[in-house]
Design a protein around this ligand. Sequence first.
Ligand code: AMP
Ligand code: MN
Ligand code: MN
Ligand code: MN
Length: 299
Amino acid sequence: MRWECASIHVLLRISFPPVSSPANFDFHCHSTVSDGLLPPAEVVARAAGLGVSHLALTDHDDIDGLPEARQAAEERGLVFVNGVEISIEWEGNPIHVVGLGFDARHPGFVEGLVSVRSGRVERARRMGDAFAAIGIPGVFEGAMRHAGNPLLISRAHFARHLVETGLFKEPRNVFDHYLVPGKPGYVEHRWASLGAALGWIHAAGGVAVVAHPARYKLSSGQMRRFLGDFKDLGGQAIEVVCGSHSPDHILHYARLARQFAFHASRGSDFHGPVESYVDLGCLPALPEDLKPVWRLLDI
Ligand code: AMP
Ligand code: MN
Ligand code: MN
Ligand code: MN
């Protein structure tokens, strides 16, 4: 089955050059193993239908979807790369780091991910309590019904539940009103440290990539310090082209990639057919002078 990158031009006002090369890399997307809406094999089928040639599935803090996705990719002739998106905190700010091309059986890496996942259910209970305290009961149970993988309960599942109850039309409205710092459904949580996450990725032979850098509430000075710390710890790449980046963001993070001598990655951050910024592989090309992250991988 084939899909088209519908409505992307309108949404982002980006013109896509005619595809002269069949290579289409998407190194950031989610399945029901975390907070995506499609099972791993369906993510791969959709990617194939959209012309993606190289895919990494990057579920939050969990790699259980990789075998199913890899098999589906092999059946469809896609090049598949192991991926994960690790939740970390840096100076109190939640940040996401994508790991690519690691050995998924490396014990230290696997245990590290277990430790990041471990607090999610307890955090979700505290979120449910916070909603109950403002007169909205049953939110933990409601969110859990949306979680394909209970250990990976995420704010996205809370948003889906609250949309389902009719409180808001769109998940992003739930985030704005309830689920971000300073709002009543947000609770503090300890994620992995930057050093720990990069240590796990590197021990397992992978490459670390800063995910969707434009989405963090960091000043430009903080972003530069963060990128410096990331580089000092052996981080090698940054997402320059991603679903949530405007054309100006792409120019800005391409400049930072050059300044810090990072490789550049490209990924949709697809979560599902209706909820995502863009569909799988429906992204502009990386700026030509940047070193693509796939050159660091054995593919
Ligand atoms: P968590 O890992 O539980 O903190 O949840 C973070 C997830 O919530 C992200 O990976 C996105 O899928 C989703 N998310 C975060 N911010 C927003 C937003 N403003 N609108 C919609 N979804 C969001
Ligand atoms: Mn997510
Ligand atoms: Mn993310
Ligand atoms: Mn993501």
